[in-house]
Design a protein around this ligand. Structure first.
Ligand code: NAD
Length: 452
């Protein structure tokens, strides 16, 4: 699915015309390829206190000492083109504490490289905090979300919000920092991701964090599901690709290209969970990761909604996931730091006209992962959701042309995402380092203007 406008405003004469007319000029996003440097240029780490020292130390330390070997600076220097800016704001106790690091950050914003990354590290504002501390902490959220809207050139701004008592160097905190710094998060923008615990472990190889893990992806024959299969396999997982029998040929092609296996199952079948588990155990000896991606739309205004339009969307998008999870959780075979990642949607957060059925199911996914996460916690497991915004797939290609053009531009990156962007986020949440992120929703929407 191609975005002709994006191509035109970035090439030759049409680029000049777009500039003269003051039209939105989205930048092509840089995406991840294995072997690419984590950050391509100098990194400025701002903040004071031991947390800042710990983060700067990790980023600067050589790989042999388990560091990330980046070119780290602790103060702005003139004539430097910054590839990333990390603001460690976890020790602020009053809004005034934000002033120095924020204004120093401001001084380098015009010197950011295209596709630069800005990442804040902060603590959640709690009801028991002193009012000034709560204000400072909550202030970081407003700051980050606004800064992300000001960045240009395909740059993004995201935040890691680390629970009190959890070190900023906990696996999930540094895992999230690394994800936001890398091109894996190209279409994730303006998001604040909570890290809840110290659970999780850093991978031996950051390029293959899923080595030795077995994953199932539903709705894998095309679109986002097929991209998830590719990315999980690239990251080292063995993948079982699941889709309906009618999509069997495409499904086999997807499974074959990653040397995985295909399983034709309608996820709404009563025994879908059992068949998925039996297949994974019989063919691959274990099951560690389940990605609930299969989903359908049957858009209608509620006044015109037929019972089967309501029922089929809820059956595929939420009831099937609940039933499959129930099977997995009671099987005793899904207990080695398991991961459930479910596809929600920004429609389930912000609502969307004509999608009461779909938004109910996707809101349902968000509630489901929140309540499922504690059931997996005793095994070091997690359940989380990914909420895509506008992604270029066959599903969105069916949207009328004008509505589609507008929908693409309604985010800070002024373009639709690609299936791979959702897949990268799913792979991160499925990774061992993400063990401390539980029951959360991460949006992959380019900071869509609608919703939270
Ligand atoms: P798609 O329609 O291109 O692919 C969905 C796949 O799911 C198809 O291969 C289909 O055969 C399969 N499927 C449908 N019903 C099934 C069933 N009962 N059992 C097994 N497989 C079934 O959709 P997509 O755009 O790739 O979306 C994937 C997921 O992402 C969905 O959950 C969707 O709601 C969500 N999502 C997509 C977007 C977007 O912009 N494309 C935005 C938000 C959320």
């Amino acid at each position: 699915m191609s975005d002709t406008y994006l191509r035109l405003v970035n090439s030759g004469v049409t680029a000049k015309i777009a500039k003269q007319l003051g039209l939105p000029r989205p930048s092509p996003l840089q995406r991840y390829t294995p072997g690419q440097p984590l950050v391509d240029g100098p990194v400025l780490v701002l903040g004071t206190g031991k947390d800042t020292d710990a983060i700067a130390g990790l980023l600067a330390a050589p790989t042999a000492d388990f560091g990330w070997d980046l070119d780290v600076h602790r103060h702005a220097t003139p004539d430097t083109r910054w590839a990333a800016l990390v603001l460690v704001l976890s020790e602020v106790v009053h809004p005034d504490d934000l002033t120095a690091p924020v204004l120093e950050a401001a001084s380098v914003l015009r010197s950011l490289k295209s596709g630069a990354r800005v990442v804040t590290i902060s603590r959640p504002a709690g009801d028991d905090d002193a009012p000034a501390m709560s204000a400072a902490r909550q202030g970081v959220d407003g700051f980050l979300r606004s800064l992300a809207k000001e960045l240009r050139g395909g740059s993004t701004g995201n935040g890691v919000v680390v629970a009190d008592g959890v070190p900023v160097t906990a696996p999930a905190a540094v895992g999230a920092l690394r994800f936001f710094l890398s091109t894996r998060s190209a279409f994730v923008d303006g998001q604040l991701l909570a890290v809840d615990s110290e659970t999780g472990s850093l991978p031996d190889d950051w390029d293959r964090p899923l080595a030795g893990r077995v994953a199932v992806v539903t709705g894998a024959a095309r679109g986002i599901g097929a991209a998830i299969v590719d990315v999980l396999a690239r990251d080292g997982a063995t993948v079982v690709a699941v889709d309906v029998p009618a999509a069997g040929e495409q499904l086999a092609a997807v499974a074959n290209r990653v040397r995985g296996t295909a399983l034709q199952v309608d996820v709404t079948a009563e025994d879908a969970g059992r068949r998925i588990l039996d297949h994974a155990l019989a063919r691959h000896g274990r099951l560690d990761i389940v990605v609930h991606n299969a989903g359908i739309t049957r858009d209608k205004l509620l006044a015109n909604m037929k019972p089967d339009q309501w029922g089929s969307v809820l059956a595929v998008n939420i009831a099937a996931q609940l039933r499959i999870n129930e099977t997995l959780l009671t099987s005793g075979d899904f207990t080695d730091a398991p991961r459930i990642v479910s596809l929600a949607s920004t429609s389930g957060i912000a609502g969307n006209r004509g999608q009461t059925n779909y938004a109910t199911s996707k809101g349902g996914v968000i509630g489901m992962v929140r309540a499922t996460a504690p059931l997996l916690a005793p095994f070091g497991g997690t359940a989380n959701a990914v909420a895509p915004g506008f992604i270029e797939t066959e599903m969105t290609a069916r949207i009328p042309a004008l509505t589609r053009q507008v929908a693409r531009r309604l985010n800070s990156l002024q373009q639709g995402g690609q299936p791979v962007d959702v897949a990268e986020t799913v792979a991160f949440l499925a990774s061992p380092q993400a063990g401390g992120i539980v029951g959360r929703v991460l949006r992959v929407c380019g900071q869509n203007m609608v919703g939270q």
